[in-house]
Design a protein around this ligand. Structure first.
Ligand SMILES: O=C(O)COP(=O)(O)O
Ligand SMILES: [Mg+2]
Length: 220
């Protein structure tokens, strides 16, 4: 069997406005000034803990454990239901449908915590496409450690996978897991495409089934 493993934020969905709303409320509760949506978007991809650290540092404060926990808890409490402004990238659902129809097993490998991941997937009708999940608060290290990808490969289970992601973290994860990487170029990447590990890149989701057929040929 073959599988395709997807990153979430910046790859399948753009949750910037909802993440920004959670961050704004969290900063306000601390008496801090809001940060722009672009700034917050740049903090996404390494998990919620890292996003909180970036918010604290961007506000000119020290990332003390007590402050970090207070802000993390406040953000997390709102995160699962902050879904109303989140959108799926154009063509991504059709690509998931096509891959499913071709017999691929699909996995979702995100650094987002488990509750907010399922909250947004349910809201967008995407939960049913995936046969296995790994989260940023699971019992394994976060991406770019290869452990969450391995966890998904074991759960699916599949022998061959293609990893699909948008960012530096995803490229490093695929490389560490020694799996082929398809880079979605309209996500939250900051590094030029040529400088990131990848075997294929695409800016149009209709290209993905052909990329998968090449890099993770279908079931024998
Ligand atoms: O950093 C996050 O919380 C989520 O990021 P990811 O879905 O791109 O892994
Ligand atoms: Mg991402």
């Amino acid at each position: 069997m073959s599988g395709v493993v997807f990153d979430l934020d910046g790859t399948l969905i753009d949750a910037t406005l909802d993440i920004h709303a959670c961050a704004t409320e969290m900063l306000e509760a601390e008496g801090l000034a809001p940060l722009s949506p672009e700034t917050i978007q740049g903090f996404v991809g390494n998990g919620l803990g890292k996003l909180i650290t970036h918010c604290i540092e961007a506000s000119g404060l020290e990332d003390s454990p007590a402050r970090h926990k207070r802000m993390y808890d406040r953000f997390h409490a709102r995160y699962e239901t902050a879904v109303e402004h989140t959108v799926v990238f154009p063509g991504a659902v059709d690509a998931l449908e096509a891959l499913k129809a071709e017999g691929y097993r699909l996995g979702l490998c995100t650094n987002k915590p488990e509750g907010p991941t399922h909250g947004v997937l349910r809201h967008l009708g995407l939960e049913r496409y995936f046969d296995a999940f790994a989260y940023g608060d699971g019992p394994y290290p976060r991406k770019p450690d290869p452990a969450p990808v391995r966890h998904i490969i074991d759960q699916l289970p599949v022998r061959r996978v293609l990893y699909v992601g948008d960012s530096e973290v995803d490229a490093a994860t695929a490389q560490a897991a020694k799996v082929p990487m398809a880079l979605y170029t309209r996500g939250f990447r900051k590094t030029p495409v040529e400088e990131l590990y990848h075997d294929a890149h695409f800016d149009d989701w209709s290209e993905l089934p052909a990329i998968a057929a090449r890099l993770a040929p279908r079931p024998e």
